[in-house]
Design a protein around this ligand. Structure first.
Ligand code: S3P
Length: 165
């Protein structure tokens, strides 16, 4: 069944460092909708940085918690949702996201992705390149719509909001 537009969630997926959290905040400003950041919810739940949790408990446990929080968040409607880059690794997550709204793949070219030494899977350019090769087809298949984000965040947010309206 089709959800009414105001009830749909607007969901951002894409590589680490592609600008999901930034664009989600800008979209929240433009739209007046609440922005929900899945990674941030995870950090609140686990009580430590994601990097430390990966080291102590492993990625598999992280993915379980990520899936739990996603299931909770997608019960709510009318949100802007920023996901973690690995959300597409489990197709059950993708199914939930697609069911709850419209999924945008925020596509930033590999050389423009932000590296961050504090993030376990995107600490270096080489790590990002490997992830990109593994994930690009998944992001394309998981999304309803692909949006380039190679320019300014403001401009991308406005372009995305135009598509949404
Ligand atoms: C991950 C991306 C991270 C975070 C975790 C795993 C991934 O989120 O969820 O480190 O597998 O791509 P960002 O995409 O916000 O960096």
């Amino acid at each position: 069944a089709e959800l009414a537009r105001e009830k749909m969630n607007l969901v951002l997926i894409g590589m680490p460092g592609c600008g999901k959290s930034t664009i989600a905040r800008k979209l929240a400003e433009i739209s007046g909708r609440p922005a929900v950041d899945i990674d941030q919810r995870i950090v609140e739940r686990i009580g430590m940085p994601i990097r430390d949790f990966f080291a102590q408990q492993g990625e598999a446990r992280f993915r379980q918690i990520e899936a739990e929080i996603l299931a909770e968040v997608t019960l709510q409607t009318g949100q802007i949702i920023a996901t973690g880059g690995g959300i597409v690794k489990d197709w059950e997550n993708v199914r939930r996201l697609r069911q709850s709204g419209k999924v945008y793949f925020l596509d930033r070219s590999l050389d423009q992705l932000e590296t961050d030494p504090s993030r376990p899977l995107s600490s270096s350019r080489e790590a990002l390149r490997q992830l990109y090769d593994q994930r690009i087809d998944l992001y394309r298949a998981a999304c309803d719509q692909q949006i380039e984000n190679n320019g300014s965040a403001d401009q991308t947010a406005r372009r995305l909001w135009q598509d949404w309206l």
